[in-house]
Design a protein around this ligand. Structure first.
Ligand SMILES: [Zn+2]
Length: 374
């Protein structure tokens, strides 16, 4: 049995929420409908006419793309423009399109973390912090025999994730007292008879944006008609998110050796190196990286004392400014972001296993890099 597109997107957004995208970034659902069953979902960096043909050939029902296919508003929907003709092909073949863009750069265990991992950079900071999310605590009181299912449900909904641990909680035993009225339909007890039940007090902590799904899971798992619970805002350090990453290589190395590493890791034929005309770095160790098109963030790389800044699409005059500020920059091109394809396929297959979905995930094999080296 296939799954509903919407169900898949719900799980996707748990990992990669829309609220983490930068302001004005047209992320999310772009084309078609999510109210349909899907058998095949294709992951791609770009949605290009060749990618759409690939999706048609592979009988894909939903495309998940890093780059939003409708980035600027369109004024006409006609077949005489290649871009809009592509949208028409998608609609004609009932292929839905969903995009996760800057939120994919910002999420924890996201694209920039994967770049760091591949390059041997141990990230310890963001280039710029973008979002802060406070923590909350839920305290819920359940009959003791329902405690295990409650802990499981809360953990499954994302409560109690702490560093490398999940399903963390704390439980105390106590007595719950209540008297049902004649209007009640109590799970335990009878109208007008005071009741005394051995209950567990379960405490879990979670990031505040998850409150909706966690309360929903709590109500669904609770046997009582009127669950008793406390919701508390915490003054603990909040969860932070940011764009780009900064971190160190295990050992300092020459810029030449590091350029070779970048080329090898991303299978590049070449890259562009911007070096300051004076005092070029002899060795490098502290690396800032912002995949895609991060030329505008170079002052953050400087502020974080990076020896090298890696980003794509560096503009000629921006490169002059970088040089003038004494910053060394490696531009490996925007297309290195294609590493999101195998990484996401891996994640999606893990969700498939966890949710028991009958669906297959395919990686787009179309090369969407418009640039060649000659
Ligand atoms: Zn990009």
């Amino acid at each position: 049995m296939s799954i509903e597109a919407r169900e898949f997107i719900r799980r996707f957004e748990e990992f990669c929420p829309l609220w983490l995208a930068e302001e004005g970034d047209p992320v999310g659902f772009h084309i078609g409908t999510l109210d349909k069953p899907v058998n095949r979902i294709m992951m791609t960096l770009d949605v290009r006419p060749e990618v759409v043909q690939e999706a048609i050939t592979k009988k894909v029902d939903l495309i998940v793309a890093k780059h939003p296919p409708i980035f600027r508003p369109i004024k006409r929907l006609t077949a005489d423009d290649p871009q809009t003709a592509m949208y028409m092909e998608l609609v004609k073949h009932d292929i839905a399109v969903y995009a996760a863009h800057t939120n994919m750069d910002i999420i924890h265990d996201g694209l920039n973390d994967w770049f760091c991992e591949m390059l041997g950079v141990k990230a310890d900071d963001y280039m710029t912090r973008t979002h802060v999310e406070g923590l909350k605590k839920l305290v819920v009181y359940v009959p003791e025999d329902a405690a295990e299912q409650m802990r499981q449900a809360l953990g499954d909904a994302g409560a109690g994730q702490q560093g490398a641990y999940h399903h963390t909680s704390y439980t105390m035993q106590g007595q719950g007292r209540f008297t049902p009225t004649a209007a009640a339909q109590p799970a335990i007890g009878h109208p007008d008879v005071p009741e005394n039940v051995p209950e567990a007090r379960i405490e879990v902590i979670f990031p505040e944006k998850r409150q909706g799904q966690i309360l929903q899971a709590m109500f669904a798992a609770h046997p009582y008609e009127e669950p008793a619970y406390d919701l508390i805002s915490l003054a603990n350090d909040p969860v932070t998110y940011g764009i780009g990453r900064v971190g160190n290589l295990a050992e300092p190395m020459s810029i030449e050796t590091f350029c070779e590493r970048v080329k090898e890791v991303f299978a590049l034929e070449g890259l562009r190196l911007v070096e300051p005309p004076r005092n070029a770095k002899k060795t490098v160790q502290r690396i800032a990286i912002c995949g895609g098109s991060g030329g505008n963030f170079y002052l953050d790389a400087l502020a974080k004392r990076a020896d090298v800044y890696i980003t794509g699409d560096v503009y000629y005059h921006t490169a002059h400014d970088m040089q003038a500020h004494g910053l060394t920059v490696i531009d490996p091109g925007h297309n290195i972001e294609r590493v999101c394809i195998p990484r996401f396929i891996e994640k999606m297959n893990a969700w498939k296993e966890e949710q028991n979905w009958d669906v297959s995930f395919v990686a787009s094999e179309t090369n969407t890099n418009p640039f060649q080296y000659r």
